[in-house]
Ligand binder design. Structure first.
Ligand SMILES: Nc1ncnc2c1ncn2[C@@H]1O[C@H](COP(=O)(O)OP(=O)(O)OP(=O)(O)O)[C@@H](O)[C@H]1O
Length: 295
């Protein structure tokens, strides 16, 4: 599905299956991503998200079906010149300095972002001369995402980009990811932070057991759950909460009934509720979190 854009998809996954021995990691998955889209891949542990990114980045080949990156086979190195990627686990050469690692990666691209500019953009300029082995987990993560942007990519794959970052680090990285998106870069990201998907993605693809369960705009995904929570304080200040399918109708009826109430609040279903409904409760075991993240 390509919700917002005309033209050729930047990433095209057509009826792809990939197995590892007996495990079916991807089961007839199809997905098109249009130019400039920011797509969030959401799914419980082992759903197939990283496998999908490994096929799009040409690290692995599908058993069946086709994957195209800007119309080319992503296993062809020429196709990957337009690609930036931050894998889930990144190995940085521990004895090299931060600026040296960026320079090394930049050397692979025809028109890289100048190293000082890139480090500034990712808030790690003051770490330029530090050996990467001495960086904190969060600082390494920021550097890893910065490396994905070094070659001015048209497509960026981010596998859990902000895992391990504190709240300030996470929101700073979100701003950088948004800036890349606004500059027209196509971004496909996975995350276990529902707030991250809610804050960044305009389109959400929910995957479980190697299958696409939902692929739609964020509001449409939320709407699928259909329910809203209406709460208010009744007489005596006792708070009541109702889960209703039509909050407008509920409030009209409440007003018509002449009941006294104050502090009316209407909350639409959260992404967590939508995800739990879609995956049949998998969210509860999925290592997904909605805690400790400010939007
Ligand atoms: N190299 C491999 N060898 C064997 N099985 C694998 C391999 N890579 C992935 N798998 C299996 O394929 C399935 C999908 O894994 P994948 O890493 O794509 O999930 P994921 O959605 O990225 O999970 P997580 O959120 O935990 O990172 C899992 O059952 C996993 O164990």
């Amino acid at each position: 599905m390509n919700l917002n854009h005309d033209g050729e998809p930047v990433v095209s996954v057509d009826d792809v299956t990939r197995t590892f021995g007996d495990v079916v990691a991807l089961d007839h998955v199809s997905l098109d991503v249009g130019p400039g889209e920011l797509v969030g891949l959401l799914g419980p542990n082992g759903a197939g998200k990283s496998t999908l990114l490994s096929l799009v980045s040409g690290l692995r080949r599908p058993d069946a079906g086709t994957v195209r990156l800007l119309g080319q086979d992503p296993t062809d190195p020429a196709a990957r010149a337009t690609l930036g990627m931050t894998p889930q686990e990144t190995g940085l050469p521990a004895t090299l300095r931060v600026a040296e690692v960026v320079d090394f990666v930049a050397g692979h691209y025809p028109d890289p972002v100048p190293t000082p500019e890139l480090l500034e953009q990712f808030g790690i300029a003051e770490l330029a001369r530090r050996q990467t082995g001495s960086l904190s987990g969060g600082q390494k993560r920021r550097l890893a995402v910065a490396l994905a942007m070094t070659g001015r990519p048209r497509v960026v794959l981010l596998d859990e980009p902000t895992t391990g970052l504190d709240v300030a680090g996470r929101t700073a990285l979100w701003d950088t990811i948004r800036a890349c998106h606004q500059a027209g870069v196509t971004i496909l990201l996975t995350s276990h932070y529902l707030e991250e998907i809610q804050a960044l993605a305009e389109r959400v693809v929910v995957i479980d057991h190697g299958r696409v369960l939902a692929d739609d705009s964020l509001p449409a995904i939320l709407e699928r759950v259909g329910a809203s929570r209406v709460s208010y304080a009744g007489p005596g200040g006792v708070r009541e909460e109702h889960v209703v399918s039509d909050s407008d109708e509920f409030v009209r009826d409440l007003v018509r009934s002449g009941a006294e109430f104050t502090g009316l609040e209407i909350r639409h279903a959260s992404l967590e509720e939508a995800f739990t409904a879609l995956t049949g409760g998998a969210a509860e075991n999925a290592d997904l979190t909605t805690e400790g993240v400010e939007r």
